[in-house]
Write a protein that binds this ligand. Sequence first.
Ligand code: NG6
Ligand code: CA
Length: 505
Amino acid sequence: MNRSCLVWIVCLVGWLQVLPVYGQQKPGRPNVLIIYTDDLGYGDLSCYGATKLHTPNIDRLAKRGLRFTNAYTTSATCTPSRYALMTGQYPWRKTGTGVLPGDAALIVPTDRISLATVFKKAGYRTGIVGKWHLGLGTAVAKDWNGDIRPGPNETGFDYSFIFPATADRVPTVFVENHRVVALDPSDPIEVSYKEKIGNEPTGKEHPELLKMKASLNHGHDQTIVNGIGRIGYMKGGSTARWTDEEMPLSFLLKAKEFLQATSKQPFFLFYSLTEPHVPRMPSTLFKGKSGLGFRGDAILQIDWAVGQLLDALEKAGLADNTMILFSSDNGPVLDDGYEDGAVTQLNGHRPGGGLRGGKYSIFEAGTRVPFIVYYPNRVKSGTSTALLSQVDLLASFAGGLNVNIPVGEAKDSENQWEVLLGKSAKGRTALITQGASFAVIKENWKYIAPSNGPAIFQLTNIESGHSALPQLYNLTDDPGEQKNLAEANPEKLKELELLLQQIRQ
Ligand code: NG6
Ligand code: CA
């Protein structure tokens, strides 16, 4: 065989190897699917050590992908974590980024880069399906019966199918591209977080009408929708109110429709599940399946949805060129407002996987979350101990897709693209977490700033991390944060105290 013939054969073989992977899309532009759960803890998946629950589909992602053990949300509740994810900025830099009521105005700026606009700039079709919780419109007073904007579509999503806040807050409706779904114009919606409106019975007045009891003093006893008391009052919109048991299927169908829509563009889909946030009201097929109460059932339901999506990607021929990220917005809580068996049927399950605290807490279980990157043939399977924050996703995708971030925007976001791909194990040098107090984590050290408040949140029975004294933990030796080393290590304490101050300024 002569030399030029050999060169041709080598080129052809190389080309054929590349061809099926990239299909019609440009190399380097995978589809991206972020699966973002609500209140799922570090220990809630079997691939993160759970033994009382089995999550085979998510485990499949972990087995063939990269499982992170030091990945964090910025905050121990939903709105601030999601704000950081979308903006690349620590949420506490802006006031009004705490847990939002269901009638709040949009808090994500529409004139700055967002995670979704990064993808748009790179030529992607972008969509969000699921929980939003970042506000809608320009004011609290808004007409739920007309076009509701600005919202996700104004912050970079071409398509949106969302619910406004949390599943336990009114209005309990879906909004698809500015409009409430299935609304009957002759039965308009009104919402109030101040006083009762309309004459429907509330959970407080008529607890006998509830199919799931509200926990004492949490306040989930206002307007009843689908037999469940909610936070806030609404009237009207009776055809548009969701049925909780149907929610996973509704989101799954919308997500499938989005990713199967034929297009030459790659897609970015933010699949923002409501489970296992309260109210946990799994569909009939999952009720009782886990033996751990509805919280466990809701986790099995997440796992099922992940399996369904993986199958859909496979069928559409997209599986090889889709990068999947799986994570959670904050740590776990058992009783967050309803008597749903999460406490009474816990059966030894450890939602925080041995980490201290939980949702709302400044201890590790509040913000250290499952984080898996799955990208067949690109990301090597294994475990990464790299320090990572969800605030980094914006700059990481911008880096990976060659998108410029305007000067002065997304300043807290670090490009960790190589870390996401498993090519580097370095990660961040330091990050800040926010819960009952503030903490800074640097290498294996964690400093928690002194703060005032109860050591245990009474309603949720979660250790807050509040302490009038500074706390310093060595997370390698003591991931359960049992031994405060502040007194024994004054130099480290000083260093981290200063670092926290510097970053916060
Ligand atoms: C809390 C609610 C809780 C939940 C949470 C938001 C009370 C007593 N508890 O204020 O039930 O809705 O807000 O959760 O009101 S998050 O995951 O969206 O941040
Ligand atoms: Ca949450």
